[in-house]
Design a protein around this ligand. Structure first.
Ligand code: CTP
Length: 402
């Protein structure tokens, strides 16, 4: 299965905080990612947001306190709790944290939590001073010691007007932690991988640089897919507009030389390197200290070669077990990719057809063929970069098992 959240059964508990409105966005994001989301609202939460809001985004019944006493009340909590892959409580109030820490069960959500054996993720939201109170901190520690994943809270403006620690983390951040949690037993559990992504920039003067059209989308999708399979990921990135996936160690670089230095620095102890970055092959031979002014004649720009990172890795004593390259080609896709696979001593190369506008740079879809040193080729169907990433990561897991 490509998508980590596809068909996962997630209970989303929502408790009484103004941050409830953000929970609707979280429910929507989880549903769009393919999860079956059962929402349970406490009585206080239902004062802030209506169950209909959640039903509308999840397409499923949202449960309220009435369901604890409804005609299925005696089995509802057991049914919900026992079949879940994950229990998320976002926002969680100080009161519900106390209830979960002490195992009290006085509403549908806390009864369900007691009946559930799946992992628990909580995103606290509370007003000034409540989160740092020793009672709340003790409850938090109890839950953490029992294995709960705690996301946030963050500092900032609170409903009371105070600025303090207590804002619920954004739904996108919570979603990132859900990926990390659900992926932790995946096929790359315990594996350490480096992924490079994006374009490098080679400065010409303080204002200008040479770069290329790589957006970093495929590399970032690979980093997410590796996290989804439980890998420990270092993402070495060129300058992009993208947000690194939750859980990766992020290393920001600009030039090809900086990327080479970062890759070599992090190489010892790594199981795999995936070079998805579009690295400049040439850079201006000299970088002008001051802005180059326009004169009558167009300036000549002498260029010089940059190091080939994959070639440096191929001869390095710390070369990882699996090194995977990418080849973006506008012609002779397979022949060119085969040459690079051999020359750079790779375990796999992802040949990327950039001859059409729906694949390659900037877009969310891709056309790729995977090539292996024994001559095997696998053409993937036209798909999203997320699906391509999941397929590449699955092959990586296979290579590392050998
Ligand atoms: N690569 C690298 N260091 C470079 C250039 C490329 O490590 N200086 C890596 C890329 O990250 C990619 C693979 O080599 O994984 C192939 O990159 P590509 O630009 O397609 O090939 P080049 O070897 O640069 O050859 P050409 O530009 O002539 O196609």
């Amino acid at each position: 299965m490509n998508n980590l959240l596809e068909n996962k059964r997630i209970i989303l508990g929502v408790t009484g905080s103004i941050a409830c409105y953000k929970a609707a966005d979280l429910a929507s994001k989880l549903t769009q990612a393919g999860a079956e989301v059962d929402v349970i609202l406490t009585k206080a939460a239902a004062q802030f947001v209506s169950p209909l809001t959640f039903q509308s985004v999840t397409g499923r019944k949202a449960f309220t306190e009435d369901d604890l006493w409804g005609n299925q009340g005696h089995v509802q909590h057991i049914g919900l709790g026992q079949h879940a892959d994950l229990l998320v409580v976002a926002p969680i109030t100080a009161n519900t944290m106390a209830a979960l820490a002490h195992g009290t069960a006085n509403n549908l959500l806390t009864v369900t939590a007691l009946a559930a054996s799946c992992p628990l993720l909580i995103a606290p939201a509370m007003d000034g001073g409540m989160f740092t109170h020793t009672a709340t901190q003790a409850n938090l520690k109890t839950l953490e010691d029992r294995g709960a994943v705690v996301v946030g809270p963050e500092a900032g403006h609170l409903a009371s007007g105070l600025r303090a620690l207590g804002r619920m983390s954004e739904p996108g951040t919570i979603l990132g932690h859900i990926h990390q949690l659900l992926g932790r037993e995946g096929g790359l559990k315990g594996k350490k991988v480096i992924i490079t992504a994006g374009a490098t920039q080679e400065p010409l003067d303080p204002v200008r640089y040479l770069t290329n059209r790589s957006s970093g989308k495929q590399g970032y999708a690979l980093a997410q897919a590796a996290v989804d399979q439980g890998a420990e990921v270092i993402l070495i990135s060129g300058q992009t507009a993208l947000t690194p996936p939750t859980g990766v160690q992020y290393v920001e670089t600009r030039t090809a030389e900086q990327m080479l230095t970062a890759v070599l620095k992090h190489l010892p102890g790594r199981d795999a390197l995936l070079m998805a970055a579009a690295v400049a092959d040439f850079r201006p031979a000299e970088v002008a200290e001051k802005k180059i002014k326009k004169g009558k004649k167009a300036p000549q720009l002498p260029l010089t070669r940059t190091a080939d990172i994959l070639l440096e890795v191929a001869k390095h004593k710390d070369k990882p077990q699996a090194v995977i390259g990418f080849a973006a080609e506008s012609e002779d896709l397979i022949a060119n990719a085969e040459k690079k696979l051999k020359a750079k001593k790779l375990e796999m190369i992802v040949a990327n057809d950039i001859s059409t506008s729906d694949a390659g740079f900037g877009v969310d879809t891709n056309r790729v063929t995977l090539l292996f040193p024994d001559g095997r080729k696998e053409e993937l169907p036209f798909s999203t970069k997320a699906d391509v990433a999941a397929a590449v990561i699955e092959h990586l897991a296979g290579i590392l098992r050998k």
